[in-house]
Design a protein around this ligand. Structure first.
Ligand SMILES: Cc1ncc(COP(=O)(O)O)c(C=O)c1O
Length: 449
């Protein structure tokens, strides 16, 4: 049996899949703070028109420009791998597959959209991009993409990750980017937070405020977001489209699809190409996994909220813990986000997918089992998916069901070994999200009449 299912270069998708064409109920639109629908011109200071058009498009298929495909071809199509050693170790009748997105140059799924975004900005005459990064995976992906297309890149890196991950910063520097810890003294938003909370670990919400403020303040600059938005999930559908083809080659079809969620991009791009199958009646359990310390979907509220602390972004209807929520400094920095992609939130509200949350210690335990059986050291974010894959495979062991479980291995953890070292030294702790914080988040949501 083939352990690894490869596609030929020519089989890489030529079009992205837009789930908005098939979603049963249309999603509520983004709004201004006073509750009016956002027009494209309002987004123009931060995004090029081509990406704004993708953000609101309801076309089912959107062509991938050839220059984007040429860069993606550096590492795509990525392999789909049968985790035979893990299956044997768990003594499960389940079949476990992983889509290995860790083989990209920056080590995760993130460049699938970074390359597309850098390309469209370059086409629009933009010279410089700003962004935020949590774990550093997104920042390094955008740095790589900007380097390829000859754009300057400015990264606001969440303070706790900046301190925990010096090698991620070095990677961004290698690809020519400028990186500062957030909150920084370079923006009004950053200075304001530093004044109130000089020791804050930072958050993606704060870093987004800084990156947006920087972009709005300069003619030659636009902003780039690595998750949450519709066009980001659109670009990530290369992952699910390839997976679908590869499973067909293997003669299998999925019973369970699993991915970790921060802002929802790796999971969204992985599962949405299977939504038409589910709508046609195929029984697929689609599971989003989030940290218990930042349980946006499983315990948050589905409401309009800002994407950032300083309220610079439009209001999005999504699952949220409140734009002013600063999650504890857990090691899966890329999952420390208060909001969720409206597409992922909307599909959960419509009952097509579900969310669970898990504690970080059990995730590192699962990642250790995976590393010892399959060899790959996964990113702490990805370890959340691995935890639930193992749990589901163990359920199959109890019931005897030979389910096909497929998960998105969103990134490797080679630059996260400090987190593993802290885990093996017994220095990591689990955090619960307190009930009081849910009430507080609810109280601070924007009031719309
Ligand atoms: C490896 C990896 N997986 C998952 C995530 C979570 O982001 P998203 O939900 O947008 O995929 C991140 C974010 O930084 C990441 O680096």
């Amino acid at each position: 049996m083939d352990r690894r299912i490869y596609l030929k270069a020519k089989d890489m998708p030529k079009q992205w899949y837009n789930v908005l064409a098939d979603i049963p109920k249309p999603l509520p639109p983004p709004l201004t703070p006073d509750g009016q629908p956002i027009g494209p011109e309002m987004l123009a200071p931060i995004f090029p028109m081509s990406l704004i058009a993708q953000e609101v498009s309801s076309d089912r298929w959107i062509d991938i420009p050839e220059p984007v495909r040429e860069v993606l071809a550096i590492w795509r199509p990525t392999p789909l791998v049968r985790a035979l050693n893990l299956e044997k170790y768990l003594e499960t009748p389940a079949k476990i597959y992983y889509k290995n997105e860790s083989v990209s140059p920056p080590g995760s799924h993130k460049p699938n959209t970074a390359v597309a975004q850098a390309y469209y900005n370059k086409e629009a005459g933009v010279k410089r991009l700003t962004t935020e990064t949590g774990a550093g995976q997104w920042g390094s992906a955008l740095s790589f993409a900007c380097q390829i297309f000859g754009l300057e890149c400015m990264v606001y890196m969440v303070r706790v990750s900046f301190d925990q991950k010096p090698y991620r910063k070095a990677m961004m520097n290698l690809w020519g980017a400028n990186v500062v810890p957030s909150p920084s003294d370079q923006t009004n938003a950053g200075r304001k937070v530093l004044e109130m909370m000089p020791d804050t670990p930072g958050s993606l919400g704060i870093a987004i405020s800084e990156a947006v403020e920087d972009a709005v303040g300069r003619e030659d600059t636009k902003y780039s977001l690595g998750s949450v938005l519709n066009h980001v999930i659109l670009h990530q559908t290369v992952v699910g489209l390839e997976t679908r083809k590869q499973l067909k080659i293997a003669g299998d079809s999925p019973d369970v699809l699993i991915g970790c969620v921060g802002g929802g991009s790796n999971f969204g791009g992985f599962f949405v190409p299977f939504i038409p199958d589910k709508l046609e009646g195929k029984d697929i359990d689609i599971i989003a996994v989030e940290p218990a310390a930042c349980p946006t979907m499983s315990r948050g509220i589905y409401a309009y909220d800002y994407g950032d602390l300083a309220k610079m972004t439009p209001l999005l209807k999504m699952h949220t813990l409140g734009h002013d929520f600063i999650p504890p400094g857990i090691h899966a920095g890329g999952l420390r986000y208060h909001g969720m992609a409206p597409i992922v939130s909307g599909l959960a509200e419509q009952g097509l997918i579900r969310a669970v949350n898990v504690h970080q210690l059990s995730c590192f335990e699962a990642a250790t089992v995976f590393g010892r059986t399959e060899g790959i050291i996964v990113a702490p974010e990805t370890s959340h998916a691995v935890r639930v894959v193992i749990d589901e495979a163990l359920k199959c062991k109890e019931t005897g069901e030979p389910k096909t479980i497929v998960f998105n291995l969103s990134g490797h953890g080679h630059v996260d070994m400090a987190a593993y070292a802290a885990y093996y030294a017994g220095q990591l702790h689990d955090y619960d999200y307190p009930d009081d914080d849910i009430k507080r988040a609810q109280a601070n949501l924007p009031k719309l009449d």
